[in-house]
Design a protein around this ligand. Structure first.
Ligand code: ADP
Ligand code: MG
Length: 319
């Protein structure tokens, strides 16, 4: 869907993005990860032509975006930024309806869409539609920003630190919702973050940037278990153990697990695609060899029963 070919952006003071290439397939979620100043926002904004590249090519569905009118291009791309970027003098409903209005949708269609999207993002229409941004919490503003980006159901979404301004609890809650919203699952996304946990939670592909250059592109497991260079390795070093648990799922350690022949009353139940960090965090102070876990398949059928200690030992074997 997106093909970035040797894109650079030079400013008189220096190079913001240098020779960056990557592809994003339809439905894929690519995260541009890096510290502040690494070129993430510049790269993202070149995809909807808020910034023009100094060199290189960008294709969306095989079409060179430089051959299209920026306004036409942007109507097909949802864009979500930190602090939501809502217009303060517009109500929630008016903010969501900005692009539909530009596209001259009829009134009824606009109201229906706005209703559907606000409900979808847990902002019931009757309660929120007529509020102004200053009457919302940070998390609610961010949800409106997402609703607005979804209004015309664009196949592609660009998100720049969309949850960056939120407190950790609101943030992990909205990240969870974000992953479960059906209409977002099949969208192609390019998302910017400096937060390694957010990158892993939301991306199925990560492009790690440093000083405008790509350091490594791959899925989260590849970057964490097979870093290509010292920069990539050190980038994840501070949280390595947690991250390794986060990118390992129960199904990855299943062959190493010993099943217990008992059926205790109290069990934590998890599907085989749950990450080990979540499983181990469920221990909650119980002794690791007496805190039981039932692993289920997708149909909630039992695969086996084990305990936390086994999970940790199996992890060390596959690691
Ligand atoms: P990030 O989003 O990763 O924090 P940016 O893409 O915003 O980084 O910026 C990358 C680099 O380009 C930074 O060093 C920044 O100072 C520089 N930069 C960004 N915009 C401009 C500009 N308009 N003029 C000059 N330098 C810029
Ligand atoms: Mg930025």
């Amino acid at each position: 869907m997106i093909d970035i070919q040797k894109v650079s952006k030079k400013y008189p003071g220096g190079i913001a993005v240098e020779d960056v290439s990557f592809q994003v397939a339809t439905g894929e979620k690519l995260v541009l990860l890096g510290t502040s100043g690494s070129g993430k926002t510049t790269m993202l904004k070149m995809i909807n032509r808020l910034i023009e590249p100094s060199s290189g090519k960008i294709f969306i569905n095989q079409e060179n975006i430089l051959d299209q009118k920026p306004e036409t291009l942007r109507k097909k791309i949802g864009y979500v930024i930190q602090d939501s970027g809502l217009f303060p003098h517009y109500t929630v409903a008016q903010n969501v309806a900005i692009v539909p209005n530009l596209l001259n949708w009829n009134r009824e269609e606009i109201i229906q869409t706005t209703k559907r999207l606000l409900d979808l993002l847990s902002l019931p229409y009757t309660e929120y539609a007529h509020r102004y941004p200053h009457e919302l919490s940070g998390g609610q503003k961010q949800r409106v920003g997402i609703a607005r980006a979804l209004a015309v159901d664009p196949p592609l979404m660009l998100l720049d630190e969309p949850f960056g301004a939120l407190d950790p609890i609101t943030r992990s809650q909205i990240q969870k919702e974000f992953k479960t919203i059906e209409s977002l699952k099949n969208k192609t996304m390019v998302m910017v973050t400096h937060d390694v946990f957010e990158a892993i939670a939301l991306g199925n592909k990560i492009c790690l940037l440093d000083q405008g250059k790509v350091q490594q592109i791959g899925n989260p497991r590849e970057l964490i278990f097979n870093p290509k260079n010292n920069f990539v390795e050190s980038f994840f070093q501070a949280h390595r153990f947690q991250l390794e648990l986060k990118v390992t799922q129960l199904k990855d350690i299943l062959p190493q697990l010993n099943a217990l022949e008992i059926s205790p009353d109290h069990l934590h139940q998890f599907e085989i695609e749950t990450d080990l960090l979540e499983v181990l965090e469920s221990k909650n102070g119980e002794p690791a060899d007496r805190s039981f876990i039932q692993i289920n398949d997708h149909k909630q059928q039992k695969i086996l029963i084990t305990h936390h200690q086994e999970i940790l030992e199996a992890f060390y074997k596959v690691r």
